[in-house]
Design a protein around this ligand. Structure first.
Ligand code: AMP
Length: 181
């Protein structure tokens, strides 16, 4: 039987209630990553609109965005740029503070990771309030990147992240949506 992409992804993602705090339904993609067919389909779907277009860099948000972004970079023959939590990058960097669905944090990217005018796709596993991805997009735009898209496996549309990225001029691609938090 041919399952739809959303059925394959939905079945492969595990939901952990009340993690990391009460009221959060944590969408755990480790089960998707461990499922060869689902992992491959997710990457194929993420890259599909960009096949054949020139993308210079894939920027992945630590940590799950590294796994997805590395695979996407390989498929698109692009470079990979890590956006890391504060204090992890060794060379000259720029930082930005941002608020999460559950907390406040700071992220950094190497100053020389992007050349002005490069086309960059931002990747993470999930967009919720958009705080993380908006901060990452601002970091990249601050380095002169043309952020041509932000791509996520999972959208939590009730939290409104998509509109915040679109307000920065960044088109958003997501593969499946889950209701609620
Ligand atoms: P936000 O900044 O609110 O869009 O949150 C997105 C970031 O937090 C991503 O890096 C996600 O991996 C993580 N995250 C937020 N909410 C969830 C959730 N319900 N399940 C899994 N990860 C989440």
């Amino acid at each position: 039987m041919n399952s739809s992409i959303s059925d394959i992804l939905r079945d492969a993602i595990r939901t952990i209630p009340d993690y990391p705090k009460p009221g959060i339904l944590f969408r755990d993609i480790t089960t998707l990553l461990g499922n060869a067919r689902a992992f491959r389909r997710a990457i194929d779907e993420l890259v599909q609109p960009f096949a054949g277009s020139k993308v210079d860099q894939i920027a992945g948000i630590e940590a799950r965005g590294f796994i997805l972004g590395g695979a996407v970079a390989h498929q698109l023959s692009a470079g990979f740029v890590p956006i890391r939590k504060k204090g992890k990058l060794p060379h000259a960097k720029v930082s930005i503070a941002y608020s999460l669905e559950y907390g406040v944090d700071e992220m950094e990217v190497h100053k020389d990771a992007i050349s002005p005018g490069q086309s960059v796709i931002l990747i993470d596993d999930l967009i919720a309030t958009g705080g993380t991805a908006v901060a990452a997009a601002k970091l990249l735009q601050g380095l002169g990147a043309n952020v041509v898209a932000a791509c996520f496996v999972i959208d939590l549309p009730d939290l409104g992240g998509r509109a915040k990225l679109e307000a920065l001029g960044v088109p958003v691609r997501t593969l499946i949506a889950f209701e609620g938090h």
